[in-house]
Design a binder for this molecule. Structure first.
Ligand SMILES: [Zn+2]
Length: 533
């Protein structure tokens, strides 16, 4: 739509579309509000949602901006888009062309979050702006659902109601809810949360939506914080406790209290669910999970990546080669120790693993004792047992085991075999002494053995367990249902004058009166007597 120079009014940074339309009405338009709506949106009436307005396509050209620019810079479309609410660009199309309701397209009712509806305003931002430019302005960032405080002024936001009697149809900055009173918010975390939301909005403005990637960032950080097991299971009870405690004295702009239970967290972080979640839920989780660092949503420089452990290259045996060459030059242990700064224990270990002969400590224990220790170690005996029976220290046994190539691995395999065997014997014993037990009882009474085999040797477990039983189908007790229906129909006033459908609904028959009457002889007789059937 061409605009004359006189009507050229550029929006301010972060100004909401409603705010710009009001300023346009006050400065460039003539007469009734209807004229402004007609000039801007080519319709006499339109409701402008505080953060998801529609028919934005008509604004293309105004203020020198494209429709896309209006959408990204002056609405909360980017926030909903980033968190997955614009599948197939439906929200985009509705907001540009006004072919539906953006609030419904963005799944807001589905989230069941009762935010107070209206335009949110910081009274101090508003008056500062009036002093500088002459007219007030509403900031789109204050409209982020759930915010209660202005991060600049640390004061409570005022909600100016929209709706029929509210601001929607009146193009003005004045509202009964505007009071000169300003309430300061002392709760630092609320202010930090507001700042976090602002930063997040700025960060994700031009980012594409990738829920799978976002999910990966969440899980990485959960793993880092210790809320996931190594096998990828979420420690849900721990997580719910931690996040509830964290937010216990936080107040959100919600009419009902917010539960941080599994229903909130599950769909956000579980692998299998692909439920859409309101941006507010992501913001709450992210604020806690990323330790107030909004960059975590993009996986950039979030605290876990800055940790040295993640970035440092893994240094393994970097001076191993050097020590080996020094050893081959026949230098003494203490010389090598001085040159490399490595302990003598470490140097000796490298020498022994490589089969290089050395004289250090050679006389501490006899050759016979050494041989005996190794033999017992190969048999898988416990370190303490070996030390006691040979009469040497545990330290010597441990050193000898770790310095003998392959022995550690062998002992680990022995240990695994022993556990496996013990589990098999335990379960076989249990089957023999309780032949009537089903799988369920075996699992309950011998869970350690059961799960060892479950995780390491499923076939072996299947061979031991009794055959799986088919789940029992609960058979319906028709006699009881028959009696209940007869009683319910008898107690009903004026049953004889009702149609069968009405009567069925009144006694909550679950469809039985029409489909399964053959199973209900007493009821059938009663219906015939009443003349309904
Ligand atoms: Zn402010």
């Amino acid at each position: 739509m061409p605009t004359s120079d006189m009507n050229y009014l550029a929006p301010l940074a972060n100004e909401s579309i409603f705010s710009w339309v009001v300023r346009y009405h006050l400065t460039c338009s003539v007469g009734h509000e209807k004229n402004t709506y007609q000039a801007l949106f080519q319709q006499p009436k339109i409701r402008l949602h505080p953060y998801l307005p529609h028919s934005i396509g008509y604004l293309a050209g105004h203020g020198g901006l494209t429709a896309q620019h209006w959408l990204i810079q002056h609405t909360l479309y980017p926030l909903f888009q980033f968190f997955g609410h614009d599948a197939e660009q439906k929200l985009l199309s509705v907001m540009l062309h006004g072919t539906g309701n953006p609030v419904i397209t963005a799944n807001i009712p589905h989230a069941r979050l009762n935010f107070s509806a209206g335009h949110r305003v910081c009274p101090l931002c508003l008056s500062e702006h009036r002093q500088i430019t002459g007219t007030p302005m509403f900031d789109i960032r204050h409209q982020i659902p759930g915010l209660v405080v202005c991060p600049i002024h640390h004061c409570l936001l005022v909600v100016l109601a929209s709706g029929d009697a509210g601001l929607d149809r009146r193009l003005t900055f004045h509202h009964a809810a505007m009071t000169p009173q300003v309430y300061r918010v002392e709760h630092q975390m609320s202010t930090d949360f507001a700042q976090f939301c602002w930063d997040t909005l700025a960060l994700i403005k031009n980012e594409p939506c990738d829920l799978a990637l976002l999910h990966t960032h969440y899980r990485h950080q959960l793993m880092h914080k210790g809320f996931m097991t190594r096998s990828g299971q979420i420690r849900m009870a721990m997580l719910v406790r931690a996040i509830s405690e964290y937010y216990q004295d936080m107040v959100f702009d919600l009419e009902s209290s917010f539960e941080f239970g599994e229903r909130f967290l599950g769909p956000l972080i579980r692998d299998k669910t692909r439920t859409l979640n309101h941006p507010f839920k992501h913001l709450i989780l992210g604020f806690w999970l990323f330790d107030h660092d909004h960059r975590g949503f993009l996986g950039q420089e979030s605290p876990f990546q800055l940790m040295p452990a993640f970035n440092a290259p893994v240094v393994v045996n970097d001076d191993r080669e050097r020590i080996l060459s020094l050893l081959s030059e026949d230098l003494s242990m203490s010389q090598i120790e001085t040159m490399t700064g490595r302990s003598r224990c470490y140097i000796r270990r490298i020498a022994e693993l490589e089969g290089i002969k050395h004289a250090t400590n050679a006389n501490a224990f006899s050759h016979r004792q050494r041989h005996w220790v190794l033999l017992l170690a190969y048999l898988g005996r416990h370190r303490h047992d070996i030390a006691r029976s040979v009469g040497v220290g545990v330290g010597y046994v441990e050193q000898l085991i770790s310095n003998t190539p392959g022995l550690v691995l062998w002992r680990q395999q022995l240990c695994a075999m022993r556990k496996h065997q013990a589990s098999v014997i335990e379960l076989l014993d249990a089957r023999q002494s309780h032949p009537d037990w089903r799988r369920k009882e075996l699992k309950a009474h011998h869970s350690r053995a059961f799960f060892h085999l479950y995780h390491h040797d499923r076939d072996c477990l299947e061979a031991i367990l009794p055959p799986a039983l088919k789940p029992l189908k609960q058979s319906k007790n028709w006699a009881v249902e028959d009696e209940r229906l007869v009683l319910a129909i008898t107690e009903l006033d004026g049953a004889a004058s009702m149609s069968l459908t009405v009567l069925a609904a009144k006694v909550r028959d679950k469809g039985h009166l029409i489909k399964r009457l053959d199973k209900l002889p007493l009821t059938k007789a009663l219906l015939v007597k009443l003349g309904v059937k």
